[in-house]
Design a protein around this ligand. Structure first.
Ligand code: ZN
Length: 141
């Protein structure tokens, strides 16, 4: 699935002239692994998100990130919450990448992380099961 992203290396392979540097960090890397996992900007977002959520995942590419996301954690609710947060993270990074390309600016990673937490919390409240432990409810606030 990750090979379908229209990253710059894929656009170049189909013959389009595009810059080879990452739009987020400026380094010479254009793979989906770099854009969504390895980029220093993405690592800043991910590290801050993991720090506030007390997570310590070990992965260095999209396949390993996906494998980590599908491992059961302490509770089904918490596993789904983490998957939701990481989906929001990937979406936010993609939006920052587009903003870097089209508007020439990106948000500070702290602001991105705060927005992810706010968005996910608002969405989760609507589908929160009745039997959720208080510590799981407090986890995102
Ligand atoms: Zn980068």
């Amino acid at each position: 699935m990750w090979g379908r992203l229209q990253t710059r290396d894929r656009l170049r392979r189909i013959g389009l002239q595009v810059e080879s540097n990452c739009p987020l960090c400026g380094r010479d890397s254009k793979t989906a692994d770099h854009l969504l996992v390895q980029c220093i900007y993405v690592r800043s977002c991910t590290n801050e998100l993991n720090r506030t959520l007390q997570l310590s995942p070990q992965y260095n590419d999209l396949d390993n990130m996906s494998a980590w996301l599908h491992k059961p954690i302490t509770s089904r609710f918490k596993s789904h919450k983490i998957q939701c947060i990481y989906a929001a993270l990937v979406y936010s990074i993609w939006m920052q990448r587009n903003s870097a390309i089209w508007q020439g600016s990106i948000e500070h990673y702290n602001k991105v992380v705060q927005q992810i937490k706010t968005d996910v919390w608002m969405r989760i409240q609507g589908v929160m099961p009745k039997k959720v432990q208080e510590k799981d409810k407090d986890w995102l606030r």
